[in-house]
Write a protein that binds this ligand. Structure first.
Ligand SMILES: Nc1ncnc2c1ncn2[C@@H]1O[C@H](COP(=O)(O)OP(=O)(O)OP(=O)(O)O)[C@@H](O)[C@H]1O
Length: 800
């Protein structure tokens, strides 16, 4: 950019800057012209270095500089001048000062000069950009340096629990991990959000790194695992010193292209106040002048002309002219688009599900677009989340729910670091307005589940990937004493966050941690789905509060567990009850072709789902026909089962139709292949005409070689079987370690782990298998299949 300016150039400084120089060198001429004593603040001098401008800007507006004072102070200084100098015309001179400093030809009564005054942004867009670049263009290195001085480097590993005695070598049964506390009140809660994050070490490290380097992050994972918490934590880590306020000014050259100016945070308010004060004074002067003129006109009309009516009309015209002029000076007041004056940390903006206007900014419609009634366009400009997040964090959860156009604009904002604001509705007058680019130098944190990732705009994902990190959030974490202690702190955090819950006793905390173990669905792990766990804490606390209890006790947590059942759990219980009503539940005796299968609803509730099979001669080529809203995975498991049967059955099942029905699967449907062993047992029972034990329920996946493979949700399934009245349940051996049923079910049901279909048949079918029957053959393959060692299943549980 060229720093050269001629007298006709619009000012490159803001008026406060100009004011500052005025004060620094009071108007020596008394006619409103200033001596351009401050070279750096006088663009007319032709050589203000961009650096000087920025430094100068802040000095001038904050009043801390030796030669500067704030625009607000300016008014006071001016008052002093008035009383000292006694020149009332100083008011006029004051109004013109800003203009005069920059163009040296000010005349306050000239509305054009007033417009000039308002054009505090450099008419040369480069000027603005230069200022903007100066404050915006900090490189990653500079940020790293600036944050190196801060606390980010201290955050290597997550904070331990503080405020209580710790037994360094706690018992395995000690659910508090060696913490010696009576209540959660004894624990200290870290100040910084990043220290409050529990588990998610990888995501936490990435956030800390990304905050240092100003990188974008994509976090994918289950709801309630701390994605938005980490995004907020990141905003606390970003340097606050860099924050900016953004002002939008009227552009006298083109009213539809408002000018944009950035100033250090906190100055924006002062600038607007200064402009307001100035406009107020100007309007006061004008009012005084107007009433004098009106009085003269009326007096002249009455005394000299003798026509009061003419006088009233003339006075009316004078009134309207002055009103119009007053409007003009109000239009000079800039619009404080982004105000970081009171911001304590770098901004955090959540733009989840934001419509285009809220995300990208908007220009309001003006119903009065002419006749002097209109609102100046710069006053109608509204910032979007991308602008408000400047120098901070923009968080977008469920990123795929943003429409494609918004995602494209988001990409532009990320790439360019600035984005003009225009009206989002094509039919609104706002669509004609387009501001100069407004800074959008934010760190983006996109979040969602796996679907969100698949459906987001590929180019946007590539921007994040190319300039940042991708993190997968964990659902569970290893259960160690240290982690248990952090879970105790989690409860203390949630109590403190809510502010109304009674503190938890140690026993109540133990019960919550037990639930965290249970909800993990994995032996030796704790759930990281903290929002749900926090829900339990809140319900327990609410129950205690409802009873006016001083502390939340174990009993409160236990009754909260009952009350805070998910919709799925409530539905599942209802389902079991209804089936009992209609006697669809059979839990004793032997029935041919009918097996009690198990399924999960949602994430945390099980249901018993009987499978029935019937074999009938086929008219044409034999088919396996499955009904009951079978989903794809279940359909596949039916095919696998038929492969085993075909291999071992004497009967030519290619001449038979095998009908398999998931009884009353209804809305629940059957997802996953966890019903494979159930289907196999039902079909074999039907083929061989052997009864199946109805006091038994089962779940397990099946390989084509007959191995029983692990499935998910075993704990909930076992509990469902117990609730339905079964006394035994078969589960895959590999899932044995995941069983964490509630105490109340322990005595109700026997859990039998198995590893091969032959064991299932042994347990489930009635009587001894006839020699050389399908069942005895299937049983005989146990050894061979295992010996071959070629049948080990996948190590991870298959879908439920
Ligand atoms: N890792 C964690 N450590 C401590 N508290 C957590 C953690 N994760 C979640 N929480 C608690 O759960 C609340 C909800 O978490 P948060 O909103 O961050 O989840 P999220 O992953 O963003 O979920 P969603 O995708 O549904 O928005 C947090 O306010 C906090 O109280």
């Amino acid at each position: 950019m060229s720093n050269e300016k001629d007298a006709n150039d619009p000012p490159t400084e803001d008026p406060e800057n100009a004011d500052g120089s005025d004060s620094g060198s009071p108007d020596p001429t008394g006619n409103g012209e200033d001596a351009p004593d401050d070279g750096s603040s006088t663009p007319g001098d032709g050589t203000p270095a961009p650096d000087d401008r920025v430094v100068d800007e802040s000095r001038v507006v904050d009043g801390s500089g030796a030669d500067g004072y704030s625009a607000v102070d300016d008014a006071e200084v001016d008052d002093d001048d008035e009383s000292g100098g006694g020149a009332s015309s100083d008011e006029n001179a004051r109004s013109g000062e800003d203009t005069e400093v920059v163009d040296g030809t000010a005349d306050d009564d000239d509305p054009d000069e007033v417009w000039d005054d308002g054009v505090v942004v450099d008419g040369d867009p480069n000027g603005v950009t230069a200022g903007h670049e100066e404050t915006n263009g900090t490189t990653a290195k500079e940020v790293t340096e600036s944050t190196d001085d801060g606390d980010i480097d201290d955050l290597g590993s997550s904070v331990e629990v503080e405020g209580a005695e710790i037994d360094e070598d706690p018992d395995e049964d000690d659910l508090l991990g060696g913490l010696n506390i009576d209540t959660t009140a004894e624990l200290e809660i870290p100040d910084r959000l990043v220290d409050q994050v529990i588990g998610q070490e990888h995501a936490r490290d990435v956030i800390i790194k990304a905050a240092k380097q100003r990188r974008h992050v994509m976090m994918i994972g289950s709801p309630g695992t701390g994605k938005s918490m980490l995004a907020k934590a990141m905003s606390e880590l970003l340097p606050k010193e860099e924050l900016q306020d953004v002002l939008v000014y009227h552009n006298p050259e083109d009213g539809n292209k408002p000018k944009v100016r950035t100033v250090p945070a906190g100055k924006g308010d002062q600038i607007v106040d200064a402009h307001r004060e100035e406009a107020r004074k100007r309007n006061q002067m004008r009012s005084l002048l107007m009433w004098i003129i009106i009085a003269v006109v009326l007096g002249y009309a009455l005394i000299i002309v003798g026509q009061i009516l003419v006088g009233i009309i003339a006075a009316g015209v004078v009134y309207l002219v002055f009103r119009y002029l007053n409007r003009g000076s109000d239009a000079m007041i800039p619009n404080l688009l982004v105000n970081n004056g009171d911001t304590k940390t770098a901004p955090f903006r959540d733009a989840t599900g934001a419509h285009a206007g809220a995300l990208l900014g908007d220009v309001r419609h003006d119903p009065f677009q002419s006749g002097g009634m209109e609102t100046p366009s710069h006053d109608r400009v509204e910032a979007g989340a991308i602008h408000k997040a400047n120098k901070g964090v923009l968080f977008v959860d469920e990123i795929n729910t943003l429409d494609i156009r918004s995602q494209q604009h988001l990409m532009t904002a990320i790439q360019e670091g600035e984005f003009s604001i225009t009206g989002q509705s094509e039919r609104s007058s706002g669509a004609m307005v387009q501001t100069e680019p407004v800074p959008t130098d934010f760190v983006m944190i996109a979040a969602g589940n796996l679907d969100a990732m698949e459906n987001m705009h590929p180019a946007l994902r590539s921007r994040i990937k190319g300039y940042g990190y991708e993190v997968y959030m964990e659902d569970t974490i290893e259960d160690t004493p240290e982690m248990r202690r952090k879970y105790v702190r989690f409860i203390a955090q949630e109590v403190a966050k809510d502010g109304r819950l009674p503190e938890f006793t140690a026993e109540a905390v133990e019960e919550v941690i037990l639930e965290a173990k249970r909800r993990s669905g994995r032996k030796g792990h704790l759930t990281l789905l903290f929002r749900n766990l926090g829900g339990l804490v809140r319900v327990a606390g609410d129950i205690a509060r409802g009873e006016d209890a001083e502390l939340t006790t174990r009993e409160h947590v236990l009754s909260a567990k009952g009350r805070s059942r998910s919709i799925e759990q409530q539905l599942a219980d209802d389902f079991i009850e209804r089936r009992k009503d209609y006697e669809l539940q059979v839990s004793d005796g032997y029935v041919v072709g009918r097996v009690n299968g198990l399924a999960v609803m949602g994430e945390d509730s099980g249901i018993m789902l009987p499978v029935m099979a019937e074999v009938a001669p086929s008219q044409g080529p034999g088919e396996v026909i499955a009904t009951g809203q079978l989903k794809e995975m279940a359909q596949e498991s039916v095919s696998n089962v038929s492969a085993i049967i075909k291999k071992f059955s004497d009967e030519n099942i290619s001449e038979m139709d095998i009908h398999i029905q998931f009884v009353q699967a209804g809305q629940q449907g059957v997802d996953g292949d966890s019903a494979s062993i159930t289907v196999a047992t039902a079909v074999i029972s039907a083929l061989e005409d052997v009864g199946v034990d109805q006091s038994l329920a089962m779940t397990g996946s099946l390989s084509v070689r007959g191995d029983v493979l692990p499935v998910g949700g075993v704990t909930h399934k076992i509990e469902a079987a117990a609730k339905a009245g079964c006394t035994r349940v078969i589960i895959p051996q590999a899932n044995e370690q995941d069983v964490m049923i509630e105490d109340e079910y322990e005595d109700m049901i026997e859990v039998i782990p198995v590893s091969h279909i032959s064991e299932v048949l042994d347990i489930a079918l009635e009587g001894e298998a006839e020699k050389d029957s399908l069942v005895s053959r299937l049983k005989s393959i146990t050894g061979s299949a295992l010996k071959e060692g070629s049948v080990s299943g996948p190590s991870s549980p298959s879908p439920q």
